[in-house]
Design a protein around this ligand. Structure first.
Ligand SMILES: Nc1ncnc2c1ncn2[C@@H]1O[C@H](COP(=O)(O)OP(=O)(O)OP(=O)(O)O)[C@@H](O)[C@H]1O
Ligand SMILES: [Mg+2]
Length: 260
C-alpha cells in the first residue's frame, strides 16, 4: 500500500528575464512535505534566482508558485518577502545577512516566526514573553553548543571567521520555526566535520518536526548523503531530476559540470 505524497510547494513553468535575458525558463518542480530536496547546477544556472522567486524577492516573468498553506494550495508568487515569511517559508542567503550591530546570540534570537513579544498586546504581558525569551535563549545556546561554538555567542559578526558567519546565518534560519526552509549553500566554507554535523542536524529537524528543506549546494558529495531527491538546473532550465544516485550517474549532469 503506497502512501500518497503530500506536496508543500510547486513551481509551474516559472521563467525569469532580467532586462530581456532569460535566466530561468519554464522551471517546474514539486516538493514533497517532509522532504530534503537538493537543488544543484553549475554557477549561474539560476538556483538562487529560483529561491528569490519562491521567497518573494523576485516576481516571476511567467509561471506560478503554489504553496500548501493549510489544506489548500495558494499562489504565493507576487507576495512580498514578509508575507511569505509569515507563511513560515524561511530562507538563508548565499551571502549572509546578519545584523552587524547584534551579537551572535542576538542574531539567533530575532528570527522566530510569530514570536509573542512582537505583538503589541503580548509585549505588555511580559511574563509570557519573558518565559518564551528564556526558552529561546536556551535553544540558541544549545544549538551553538552542539557545534562547539559557544565561544562566539557574544561576539559580533565582524569578529567572526567567514565560515562562522556562514554557519550562524544557517543556524539563525533554523531557529525560525518554519515549515519550509530554503538554504542557499549552507556548507560553503565549513570544514568537513562541521558540514556533516550541520547536515545531520537538518535531518534531525526534519525527522522531529516534519519540516521540509530545499538545499542549494556545490558540495555535492556531502549533499547527496542527505537529500531524498535532487533537481538539477543548467542555463536556467531543468536538466535532470531524480534520486541522488540516479542524478550523479546521469551523463547530461556530468557533462554540465565538466563543461563548466
Ligand atoms: N538581479 C539580477 N539582474 C540581472 N541578472 C541577474 C540578477 N540576478 C541574477 N542574475 C543573473 O542570472 C543568472 C543566474 O544567477 P543565479 O544567482 O540565480 O545563479 P546560481 O545558480 O545561484 O549561481 P551560483 O552557483 O554561482 O550561486 C546569472 O547569469 C546572473 O548573472
Ligand atoms: Mg547562487
Amino acid at each position: 500500500m503506497s502512501k500518497e505524497v503530500r506536496h508543500i510547494l510547486a513551481t509551474r513553468n516559472v521563467s525569469k528575464y532580467f532586462e530581456g535575458v532569460k535566466v530561468l525558463e519554464k522551471v517546474s518542480i514539486t516538493i514533497p512535505e517532509g522532504g530534503i530536496i537538493g537543488l544543484i547546477g553549475p554557477n549561474g544556472s539560476g538556483k538562487t534566482t529560483l529561491f528569490n522567486i519562491i521567497t518573494g524577492f523576485h516576481v516571476p516573468s511567467e509561471g506560478e508558485v503554489l504553496y500548501r498553506a493549510s489544506n489548500e494550495f495558494i499562489r504565493i508568487d507576487g507576495l512580498n518577502p514578509h508575507e511569505i515569511y509569515r507563511l513560515r517559508i524561511v530562507r538563508t542567503f548565499q551571502l549572509p545577512r546578519l545584523f552587524h550591530s547584534l551579537t551572535v546570540i542576538e542574531n539567533l534570537l530575532v528570527t522566530p516566526v510569530g514570536q509573542r513579544g512582537e505583538s503589541i498586546l503580548n509585549a505588555v504581558r511580559w511574563r509570557t514573553w519573558l518565559e518564551e525569551e528564556k526558552n529561546l535563549v536556551k535553544k540558541a545556546l544549545g544549538i551553538l553548543a552542539m557545534f562547539n561554538k559557544l565561544e562566539i555567542a557574544f561576539k559580533y559578526p565582524a569578529q567572526l571567521s567567514v565560515a562562522d558567519i556562514k554557519l550562524v546565518e544557517t543556524l539563525r534560519g533554523l531557529m525560525a520555526n518554519a515549515r519550509l526552509y530554503l538554504l542557499d549553500e549552507p556548507l560553503a566554507g565549513l570544514d568537513f566535520a562541521t558540514a556533516r554535523r550541520l547536515l545531520n542536524f537538518i535531518k534531525e529537524i526534519r525527522n522531529s518536526y516534519n519540516v521540509t528543506f530545499i538545499i542549494i549546494e556545490h558540495r555535492i558529495d556531502l549533499l547527496m548523503e542527505t537529500v531524498d531527491y535532487v533537481y538539477v538546473l543548467h542555463n536556467g532550465r531543468l536538466l535532470a531530476s531524480g534520486k541522488p544516485d540516479e542524478v550523479i550517474q546521469n551523463p547530461d549532469v556530468v557533462k554540465a559540470y565538466v563543461g563548466e
